[in-house]
Ligand binder design. Sequence first.
Ligand code: 5RP
Length: 227
Amino acid sequence: MVDYEIEKEAAARASLAFVKDGDVVGLGTGSTAAYFIKFLGEKVKAGFKVRGVPTSARAQQLAQQCGIPLVGLDEVAQIDVDVDGADEFDPQLCLIKGGGGALLREKIVASASKKFVVVADSSKQVAALGKFPLPVEVIPFAEALVARQISALGAKVALRKTEQGSPFTTDEHHHILDCSFEKINHPASLAATLSAIPGVVEHGLFINMATLVLVAKGSKVTELRAL
Ligand code: 5RP
C-alpha cells in the first residue's frame, strides 16, 4: 500500500529549496501544504526571514502556530513564491484545486506570485483531469441556477455539505458545488464556460498557472515542468 503521508511530506520538504531568505511566500491549504508550512516554520525558528500570505483561515492559523510572520495582499506588491497542493494535475500541469474549499483565495494568491510551486503525492498525477469532482465556488443566491447550468454541461453536481449536513461555507461566505465530469477533455474551454456563468465566483481549474509540480513517489521527488 502506498503511504501518501510520506509522499506529501517529501514533496513539501523539497519545495523549501524554492524559497529564499527574505521572500514573501504564499502559504497553501490542505494536508500537503500543511507540511510545507510546518517545515517553513522550523526554518523561521532557526533564523530564516520570510513573510507569509495565507490562502485560508486554516493556513493562517497553522502559520501563526508555527511562528511565520504574516502579511496581507494589500501590504506587498508581489509574492515571490507560492507553495500549494492540488487534487489533480495533468501533463500540461493544469490543476484541479479546491478539495479543501480554499480555491478562491488559492487562485488569487497563485495569480499574484512570481513562482507557483505545486506539491503533490503520486495519487494526484493523472492523464486527464476530471475524476476528482471539480469544485466551483458560487454565490448561495444563485446556487440552484448555477447547478442546473453545470449539470447541462454533463456533470453530476452536488452541493458540498459539512458533517452536520449544512452547506459548507468558504472563507468568503460562498458555497461550493462539487461537479463530477469524470473526464475533462478541454480544461481551458470548460474554465471559460464556467467563468461566464453569472453566480460562479471561481472554479478549481488552474490553467497555465503552475510553474512546476513536485510529485513524490515514495520518498523520491520529481520536478515536473509543463510539456
Ligand atoms: C485546498 C486544495 C488542496 O491543495 C487540495 O485539496 C490538496 O489537498 P491535500 O494536500 O490535502 O491532498 O486545493 O482547497
